[in-house]
Design a protein around this ligand. Structure first.
Ligand SMILES: [Zn+2]
Length: 189
């Protein structure tokens, strides 16, 4: 189901605030569609820090594993990254679906360059995908009475416990399986 307690604009605002705090830039200078690495100079430590802050704000767990590593685990070794560490045709199509239609995203791109293509909007969509998995009922007391006081943390109106969402890695695995069922790009590749 979707989660109407948390608005898209709230998630965008938190991603801006988080990146601004992590990277020491002004929140309104952040272009949601520009590379976090190239435009904002983020390092992998900054990514971890930003993820940690977003997780605390929304009460979620973002994916810890890289998307292409997930693909290899779900669909087989060598399906996403070839022996020269370049992404395959199927992986490029999957990444375009996930990251947006970026011209550089074609087969043969160095796999280690993929994280440099992540934009703030990708973070927004990741938070959205998890929070949209709000269960119909509280897993503790079965009440259907979700509440939020800050537009980010959702808790049960009956027992007060925080909402339990599936984690980002689980959702990513599910999404990869759905993508492959729909497009059949990896099978036999
Ligand atoms: Zn409850």
């Amino acid at each position: 189901m979707s989660n109407s307690l948390i608005t898209d604009s709230r998630i965008e605002e938190e991603v801006r605030k988080t990146l601004a705090a992590t990277l020491r830039v002004e929140a309104d200078e952040i272009d949601l569609n520009a590379s976090i690495v190239k435009a904002l100079g983020a390092t992998s430590i900054d990514f971890l820090d930003a993820n940690f802050r977003l997780e605390a704000t929304f009460g979620i767990q973002l994916a810890t594993q890289l998307l292409l590593d997930h693909v290899e685990e779900e669909l087989g070794e060598g399906t996403a990254i070839d022996e020269d560490d370049k992404i395959t045709e199927a992986a490029a199509a999957l990444l375009r679906s996930y990251l947006g239609d970026i011209p550089k995203l074609v087969a043969g791109l160095d796999a280690h360059k993929v994280p440099t293509l992540v934009t703030p909007m990708v973070l927004v969509r990741s938070v959205r995908a998890i929070t949209d998995e709000l269960p119909a009922e509280c897993t503790h007391c079965s009440a259907s009475d979700w509440k939020t006081s800050d537009g980010a943390q959702v808790a049960c109106g009956a027992c007060g416990k925080p909402a339990e969402y599936p984690d980002g890695d689980t959702l990513t695995q599910r999404w990869i399986q759905e993508f492959e069922r729909e497009h059949h790009l990896f099978a036999g590749a």
